[in-house]
Write a new protein. Structure first.
Lengths: 327, 327
């Protein structure tokens, strides 16, 4: 039985897993990325992680998929621009360097497109023809599946659903634009509003949970504070959910997917977020007939990225040169 | 040589053409829709139009395509809801009734999806893999092509690009929602702002061209006034173009088409509109790499709808039952 290894290259952690063709994880391991060491050090640590997993599994993987947080040159297997890794990742031949170190073919893909692939191959997407995936984390990433195929566009950048413009004169985004969905509904945007509320003394529960420390304000502590009665915190989450619902509407009028999946850390907020997204879509979909469309939390949860990287290892050969789609 | 007939059912006019498989029009004719007469009268007049064209061409068509302004039950060949035709078009079996009257198979499709099909089969779309079509008229309709296939979604409603939400608290839309692109950049929205400017005395040229009559204010008279020096009118067009550019950005981040086509009556505004759309997309696309994407006026212009209806007649057999896509 062939084994495949998936690596999720994150700004903070390297997360890797070795699994079979059905996505059953045999061994799994996380290490700090230590990105300040730059590409050679990070790649060396990724290779070591793969070797350790192969040792645990008792078998070498036949292929490796890597989810990378940023833009890639898919045809060349190089990184183009990784906004969340501080050192220089421009034109690093990750595919070639890593393949030489681990001794098997390596496939690269944007991290959230990778998570979308995970959801497509091993999650809710197995039942979907057309699917949109929103990953709500530090930013908002995404992925689009049409006819059961992950759509990458000519340079692998299709599916950047967090950079839809929702407020033309809204907050400045990391991408240089204004009012992107990411500026309004990402975990960072939600936490920033939580910090503002905390500092202005409007959130007794959140203050208690976070010990008064703005550094402890995040979607997890905020979700708890909302559940325990902080109405202002609940409002902040609802507002983000409404913007996210608008982002979903915009994808629905364009493509009418049968399935919208919301993943990433903020999906753990749970019902308060999902109920708001669903209600907003119902209210704002206008005369558009979309009763049949489901909006679901990721079936794979935190493992969407790593199982997507495994799926990428399995199906990476099918990446076309123009990279219009995968699978 | 087989001939095909295409009919564009408009709120004001019925426009029909008979053409060969290459889209060469043999005969063409327009008649008032007289929609107040209701479905039987309108269908009778459509059938007469087809008979007249067949007589002119000296041959009966082998199939008929009809572009319909609204939502359809594609599987049943019935109308569901036509917002711009005043009488009751709910559940009218247009496909069956018209086929019986003209003696050949009939295929129905939303009018702007039909125009998209025209552009795909006979226009700029011949060179495109993934294309978005925006039709700027009374409303804003659209269509999406992925992998050379017109995407319809499960109920034929994918591609409603005018109902993207661009301003969450914006003007009320005919669809029931607020701040849809259509409320900000349709020919009606542009004309409404022209009327406001005219009535507030800010547009000497437009006043002259329209003879002071608000009823004469439209995108055509406004484009002329802008060219002749009415800076406020030019600003109104630029503002609509900026919103349209934002609508284009939102489709680009989602799908990264290689081609965006803008058609419909307002496309005749020309450079002032297109330059604004292109500039806005360049400014607002953020770090997204989209240098290769073209934004073009429809190659078929006013005939996109009617040639799309001809294309529908030619390829209608390929409409799948679930109607996920065409061709």
């Amino acid at each position: 039985m062939d084994l495949y290894v998936g690596v999720d290259l994150g700004g903070t952690n390297l997360h890797a897993a070795i699994a079979d063709a059905d996505g059953r994880i045999v061994a799994e391991r996380t290490e700090p990325t230590l990105s300040h060491e730059g590409p050679p050090g990070v790649l060396m640590r990724m290779a070591r992680l793969v070797h350790q997993l192969a040792e645990t599994a008792g078998r070498r993987p036949v292929a490796c998929g890597v989810g990378v947080p940023g833009f890639l040159n898919l045809a060349a297997g190089t990184t183009k621009f990784l906004p969340n890794l501080p050192t220089n990742w421009i034109d690093v031949p990750v595919r070639e360097m890593l393949a030489a170190q681990i001794g098997c073919p390596v496939f690269l893909l944007n991290d959230v497109r990778t998570a979308t692939l995970g959801e497509l191959v091993f999650g809710h997407g197995r039942q979907a023809n057309t699917m949109a995936f929103f990953s709500i984390g530090t930013g908002i990433g995404g992925g689009i599946v049409v006819d059961g195929k992950l759509r990458l566009g000519p340079v692998g950048a299709a599916g950047e659903l967090g950079h839809q413009i929702i407020l033309p004169d809204g907050p400045r985004c990391g991408c240089g634009n204004r009012g992107c969905l990411e500026t309004l509904a990402s975990a960072s945007a939600i936490a920033a509003e939580g910090v503002r509320l905390l500092l202005s003394g409007q959130t007794p529960k959140l203050y208690e949970i976070a010990g008064g420390d703005p550094g402890q304000v995040n979607t997890k502590t905020m979700a708890q504070a909302a559940r325990e009665g902080d109405s202002r915190v609940a409002e902040a989450i609802v507002r983000a959910g409404q913007y996210l619902g608008i982002g979903v509407v915009n994808v629905v009028v364009t493509l009418h997917p049968d399935l919208v999946v919301v993943g990433g850390g903020a999906a753990a907020i749970g019902d308060l977020l999902f109920d708001t997204v669903r209600t907003t879509v119902q209210q704002r979909i206008g005369m558009f007939p979309a009763d049949d469309m489901r909006i679901e939390p990721s079936l794979l949860g935190e493992r969407a990225g790593i199982l997507g990287a495994v799926a990428l290892a399995i199906r990476g050969e099918q990446l076309t040169v123009r990279c219009c789609h995968l699978l």
